[in-house]
Structure formats: structure tokens, C-alpha cells
Design a binder for this molecule. Structure first.
Ligand SMILES: *[C@@H]1O[C@H](CO)[C@@H](O)[C@H](O)[C@H]1NC(C)=O
Ligand SMILES: *[C@@H]1O[C@H](CO)[C@@H](O)[C@H](O)[C@H]1NC(C)=O
Length: 403
């Protein structure tokens, strides 16, 4: 291979310490041709982590699995060609004492041709399951069925576009589902690709009865109505939506309200209110009946799991209501990771962080400029497992609702 290089080089120093990791990526950026790393490490062992792992790729140039794992060693130079398939990671440093120091960077040249960006098939969305309110009365903490309380929740939600509802399920139901999740008769499937996500997902078809019922609850018609009440969104044709109390507000107030999505930019937020006005303009008599839909997953988070914000998420993003319901989180510490971060596209600033907490239901309304990821679950999480072998990570129901 004869790679023609220009006379510029990017070079920097990197220090990885306990629990530091660089998740799967391809290094591709205009002009980068050869990546190099010179290791300046103390005697290093596989059990210290921090390996440079190289991935194989599939027919869509998406990373599949680790096929080579290089152990850093003092004064060793590693280099590889940057290409659409040069996926790699620095695995988590698991040594509590050693520092993984390196000098690394890129030599430049004419970039290789990039294949068209691969778009994953979108997850199927379904309309609500026809189940009535009795399901709510059976499962949901009665506090949340109180209409005055719902109105209070809605007010708070409309203020900040997010809310945390603690003790959401009735205690006996919650315990029952947690118990079922601890047992091993659930089929967990790993979801990838590793440049986007790494966690396990329960096979919906073979869930234990009570877990299946909980799933049904979250996808039920009654739940769509309850969420409409909590949020003011129109997730059911019977729900009034937001317009009733907007009618008498003047422009200024509407502008203010426009800032209330968990928004990446005020532009996008502005569009949101425009969109609402258009849809609900009084002159329009023959409205398209809206057909709200949802999609859901039951996920399991353990050491090494994460999701990554990916550039194909941008532009694919939509207005949506995210729901997270956490299970089996007792003794989960913030520093283990596994929390969900919302960020504005193109900015580093964090908009919102949601920490896993037993039986708490988080609702977040996001706009097209808002991205989210789940923080890598790190080596410290194993400390909890050592104390109690029953506590392998935690689970969540992750549902997304579209108006
Ligand atoms: C979390 O839920 C489990 C299952 O019901 C329960 O055993 C545990 O005590 C709860 N922990 C906390 C802190 O609420
Ligand atoms: C939602 O609110 C309406 C009006 O306040 C009420 O009639 C209905 O029962 C509520 N729905 C649920 C599921 O709580």
C-alpha cells in the first residue's frame, strides 16, 4: 500500500485512567489518512484493560465484533489506515493505579471515498393496544390517577418539558416485575452496532406474564390517555391537546412557551409552536385524525453497556415523548454510569440528565435538535455486584410516543 502523505500532522497526548474508555468509532475526518499511537505506559497487563480493539465490519460498513485486541506497551508504535471501516475502541482501563499515557495523532492525505451513509431501518411503531382504564387502576399508584394531581403534573411538565414521577407503579406490581426480571427465563438479545449502542433487549414474544402485562400497560390506550393528561400532548384523539389554555395568551407568552421543549435551539423550539398553531388553527375544520403511535423496549444495563450519539441521528430526530421506567436500581450509584443524558445537537452543554431510580417514571418531550445517549456503565458497577450477586445492572422500559 502506497499512501501519499502531506507534510502536516496532528499530534496530542492522551491519558486514560481507571474507568476511562473511548467507545467504538472510525476516526474518519476530512484529510486523516494514517492514525498512530505511541505508548508511554508502565508494564501493562490484559487485566489492566485499555487495549486498542479493532472491529470487523459488515456489508454496510458497520462495525460487528472485535477481531484484534492490542495491548499497549512502552515505546511501541501502532498505526493504521483511517477508512470507512477502521472502527476501533480503547477498552475501559480497569487498573485502579496505572495510567495509560500515549502520544497519538494523524498523518494527512487525500481522504478515501466514503460510501453513502448507511441508514438503519427504523424500529416499527404501533398504535395503542385497546385496553381500558381498569388496567391503570390495577397497576398505577393511585396518586397518579387523581385528576387534580394530573393537572399539577401537566403544569409542571409544560413548564420544563420533563418530569420524574416517583413510585409510579403500585408497590406489589413493581416488586412482582422486578422479581420476574431477576429470574433467568427472559431471553436477552444484544443490540448493536457498537458504534451506536451496546445493551441487551428482552425478546418480547417470550416474556413472563407480569412483565408482558407491564409492557401492555405502557402501550395501552389508557396509558396514551394518561400520558396526554400528564403532558398536554395529544396522544389520543379524545385528548384535548394543548390548545384550550393557549387561546387567550398573547404572542409574548406563546414565545415564552416556545422555549419549553428540551430544545437544542430556539429555532427548533419556535418551529414546534408554529407546528402546533398550524395543526390546530380554528379555521381548519376537516383535520386529519391524528394516529399517535409508540415503540418500546425492555432493556438491561450491565457493565460495558452504553449508547452513543451518532451523526445519522441528527436529521432523523423528531418531536417525541420519551418514557423511561426503571427497575432493579437499588444501590445504583451515579458514578457507575448508565444515566441518560440529553444534549443539544452540536453543543457540549448537557440539557438534562436522568438517573436510574427504582420505580420512577421519567417523561421527556424532545425536539429535532435534541439528542440523547446512555453513559457507559463502568467497572465500578461491579462493586455493587460483589456486595450482592443478585444485582446485575438494572433494567428499564424505554418507550417513545409520537403524536
Ligand atoms: C427497589 O425495588 C426492589 C424490588 O421491589 C426492592 O427490593 C428494593 O427494596 C427497592 N429499593 C429501593 C431503594 O427502593
Ligand atoms: C384525563 O383527564 C380527563 C379530564 O380531566 C379525565 O376525564 C380522564 O379520566 C383522565 N384520564 C386518565 C386516564 O386518567
Amino acid at each position: 500500500m502506497q499512501v501519499e502523505l502531506e507534510n502536516t500532522v496532528d499530534i496530542s497526548c492522551a491519558k486514560y485512567e481507571y474507568t476511562d474508555v473511548l467507545l467504538c468509532h472510525d476516526d474518519e475526518l476530512e484529510g486523516r489518512r494514517i492514525a498512530f499511537i505511541l505508548y508511554l505506559v508502565p508494564p501493562w497487563d490484559r487485566s489492566d484493560g485499555g487495549t486498542l480493539d479493532l472491529y470487523s465490519t459488515d456489508e454496510h460498513c458497520q462495525p460487528q465484533q472485535i477481531v484484534k485486541s492490542l495491548l499497549p506497551s512502552l515505546n511501541t508504535l501502532v498505526f493504521f489506515e483511517v477508512s470507512p471501516v477502521s472502527f476501533h475502541q480503547v477498552s475501559e482501563v480497569t487498573s485502579e493505579g496505572k495510567r495509560r499515557l500515549s502520544v497519538s495523532g494523524w498523518f494527512h492525505g487525500r481522504s478515501l471515498e466514503r460510501p453513502p451513509r448507511y441508514m438503519e431501518p427504523t424500529q416499527p411503531r404501533t398504535p395503542h393496544i385497546p385496553r381500558d382504564e381498569s388496567l391503570l387502576y390495577e397497576w398505577v399508584n393511585p396518586q397518579y390517577m387523581d385528576l387534580a394531581y394530573q393537572a399539577q403534573v401537566q403544569e409542571e411538565f409544560e413548564e420544563s418539558s420533563e418530569i420524574l414521577l416517583k413510585d409510579f407503579l403500585k408497590a406489589d406490581k413493581f416488586d412482582m416485575v422486578c422479581e420476574a426480571l431477576r429470574k433467568s427465563d427472559i431471553v436477552w438479545k444484544r443490540r448493536g452496532p457498537p458504534n451506536k449502542r451496546c445493551y441487551e433487549c428482552a425478546e418480547e414474544a417470550v416474556l413472563p406474564e407480569c412483565v408482558s402485562q407491564c409492557w401492555e400497560l405502557l402501550a395501552s390506550e389508557a396509558m396514551f390517555l394518561l400520558l396526554s393528561n400528564f403532558t398536554g400532548l395529544k396522544l389520543h384523539y379524545l385528548a384535548s391537546g394543548d390548545d384550550d389554555d393557549n387561546d387567550e395568551e398573547d404572542d409574548d407568552e406563546e414565545k415564552e412557551e416556545a422555549d419549553e421543549t428540551v430544545a437544542g435551539s430556539s429555532d427548533a423550539a419556535g418551529n414546534s409552536i408554529d407546528g402546533l398553531e398550524e395543526k390546530e388553527a380554528p379555521g381548519k375544520t376537516m383535520e386529519e385524525p391524528s394516529a399517535p403511535v409508540c415503540r418500546g423496549e425492555l432493556r438491561r444495563w450491565r457493565h460495558g453497556d452504553y449508547t452513543i450519539v451518532h451523526d445519522t441521528d441528527v436529521g432523523n430526530a423528531e418531536f417525541a415523548l420519551d418514557l423511561l421506567l426503571f427497575l432493579g436500581c437499588e444501590d445504583w450509584q451515579t458514578e457507575y454510569g448508565g444515566f441518560t443524558s440529553y444534549i443539544a445537537n452540536g453543543e457540549d452543554e448537557e440539557l438534562l440528565t436522568i438517573y436510574p431510580e427504582n420505580n420512577s417514571l421519567a417523561l421527556v418531550y424532545r425536539d429535532k435538535e435534541t439528542l440523547k445517549f446512555v453513559k457507559h456503565v463502568n467497572h465500578q458497577s461491579l462493586e455493587r455486584l460483589r456486595k450482592n450477586p443478585d444485582r446485575q445492572g438494572f433494567c428499564d422500559f424505554s418507550f417513545v410516543y409520537y403524536e
